[in-house]
Design a protein around this ligand. Structure first.
Ligand code: AMP
Length: 287
């Protein structure tokens, strides 16, 4: 059995579950509030706090896990990053009060008090910057600390920046860019049996991630326009051209197109006399 540690709540929980489902790992219906769920085949999910996942994976209580790069870095635990998953993007940032005259980390006076739930990364960042600070550990809602007078500045995760704004705070520096990652226990990929399953999982997730920004486009196009069609439709190895039965004038062109290019490609195809244009999502893509 391959044990996959997944966040039981919070920003990453839903996306992690969705990604595994898209890769074909089905959670059984009773798993909504369970601590553990069979994913069919050789996989079982363990639902734990996102913060604890690096620890569980490093200890071997789970073989792999999905959590934030920020939490992996903060844990300082020896785990292997197997795949970048692209969701849960945020940054760990230093923020000061809006009205503070400070414009850079170098201007922070010695002994500045920093409220954060990332004490290790914060400590290291300020030590490397040569600014001795006092860490005020909090378990969340650091942004309130400067207003309560328990800290001068904060180090916290920022996504859109609106939480900082409504709390009258201004970003000063970025410590780390983060997003969700698949991590593995040390050496798992090199193992014969578990390693093969983990590599299969990585390949499946990769194929889903690769597919999500692509679309499959089909159109009936005039045979005479084929040279131009080939320029518009790159495909993976150029478009696939198929004869349409009883239609001498038209052929069907199929291609994988970047999601962001679909709008332009459709317009260009119509200019060339294309008909019956069909665009579908792709579930998995393995080049
Ligand atoms: P925002 O207002 O969009 O900048 O979001 C900031 C708030 O959401 C802070 O309280 C953060 O701790 C939290 N946050 C933002 N992104 C993430 C993330 N990827 N993972 C966990 N917490 C996050």
């Amino acid at each position: 059995m391959i044990r996959i540690a997944l966040p039981n709540k919070g920003r990453l929980a839903e996306s992690a579950r969705e990604l595994l489902e898209r890769a074909g790992l089905e959670f059984d219906a009773r798993s909504e509030r369970a601590l553990q769920a069979s994913l069919g085949g050789d996989f079982v999910a363990l639902f734990v706090r996102a913060e604890d996942i690096p620890e569980f994976v490093a200890d071997g209580a789970a073989d792999v896990g999905i959590t934030g790069r920020d939490l992996v870095a903060e844990s300082g635990r020896p785990v292997e990053t197997l795949l970048e998953l692209g969701f849960g993007r945020c940054r760990l940032a230093v923020a000061v009060r809006e009205e503070s005259p400070v414009q850079s980390v170098a201007e922070l006076p010695a002994g500045t008090r920093v409220a954060t739930s990332f004490p290790r990364l914060t400590e290291r960042f300020f030590a490397e910057a040569g600014r001795p600070v006092v860490i005020v550990p909090v378990s969340g809602a650091a942004e309130i600390a400067p207003h309560l007078g328990v800290a001068d500045i904060i180090v916290d995760l920022v996504s859109t920046g609106s939480t900082l704004k409504v709390n009258g705070l201004r970003e000063l520096a970025t410590i780390l860019e983060s997003s969700a990652v698949l991590i593995g226990r040390p050496g798992v990929q090199a193992e014969a049996e578990a390693g093969r399953r983990v590599r299969e999982l990585v390949a499946a997730l990769e194929s889903v991630l690769r597919a999500q920004d692509k679309r499959y486009l089909m159109a009936n196009v005039p045979r005479r326009a084929l040279p131009e069609i080939k320029r518009i439709l790159p495909g993976i190895n150029g478009p696939t051209i198929v004869d349409v039965m009883d239609s001498g004038e038209f052929v069907a062109a199929h291609a994988v197109v970047d999601r962001r290019d679909i709008y332009r490609v459709i317009a260009d195809l119509k200019e060339l006399g294309a008909e019956g244009i069909l665009v579908t999502k792709i579930e998995r893509l393995m080049p």
